[in-house]
Design a protein around this ligand. Structure first.
Ligand SMILES: [Zn+2]
Length: 226
């Protein structure tokens, strides 16, 4: 019995000593790798020649941000549970890259961004849609991830009205990339369905606006022909 106990203790000691010297695998490393992979893919696909870098931040806030001086983009740990796939992560990163493009424009632009935050949030959303599409991701993912995080700081800015902001993105996709709405991979997604439910009247106005514009351009052409 004594031998067995001694053996047990020696095994216990040897394993604990062996593990103390082993490098600990960082459980956050896969997130960091994923962020860089998607971030640099978006930069390259869009021929963005301004330097930006991507970091995973061990912080429970539901947030993402870019630092104006260093152009470091941080995705917070608290945001991870709200992301279901690469498209949604790409959407968040693309929004921050869009801010980065403005920040690279210099002091005057940075001041304008501080003075008119909502205007530049909406601009970042539209630029993000272009960046996402050019990198081969689905732009509807931006609507999905914002619909899940409405009211959270910075990324889904509490300063701008959620419905209005989502309608702004929808309008841009409707106008510029309608194929994503026709062949819609998100039709059965519960967050997309919730977006459809909560923006019924806004989307009806957008459809009406573009139908009227189409009619106008057709009748203008006919008038010119006569
Ligand atoms: Zn933003």
């Amino acid at each position: 019995m004594k031998k067995i106990i001694l053996l047990f203790i020696s095994i216990l000691l040897s394993t604990s000593f062996c593990c103390a010297d082993e490098p600990r695998l960082d459980q956050d490393a896969p997130y960091q790798k994923k962020l860089m992979e998607i971030g640099f893919r978006i930069l390259n696909a869009n021929r963005v020649d301004k330097r930006m870098t991507f970091y995973y931040k061990n912080d429970q806030d539901v947030n993402a941000k870019i630092l104006s001086r260093t152009k470091k983009i941080y995705i917070y740990k608290g945001l991870i549970p709200f992301i279901d796939n690469d498209d949604e992560l790409a959407a968040i990163i693309a929004h921050e890259i869009a801010h980065g493009l403005d920040l690279h424009e210099g002091l005057a632009r940075r001041t304008a961004m501080k003075l008119r935050p909502i205007k530049y949030e909406q601009k970042a959303d539209r630029v993000a849609v272009d960046l996402i599409v050019n990198a081969g991701y689905n732009p509807l993912a931006l609507i999905i991830v914002l619909n899940k995080t409405t009211g959270e700081p910075c990324f889904a800015s509490s300063r701008s009205n959620g419905t209005k902001r989502l309608a702004n993105i929808y309008e841009y996709i409707y106008k510029k990339y309608p194929a994503y709405l026709v062949y819609n991979d998100y039709k059965k997604n519960i967050y997309y369905q919730n977006f459809l439910l909560t923006t019924k009247s806004e989307r009806a106005k957008i459809r009406q606006k573009y139908q009227e514009e189409k009619l106008k351009s057709v009748s203008n052409k006919e008038i010119k022909r006569k």
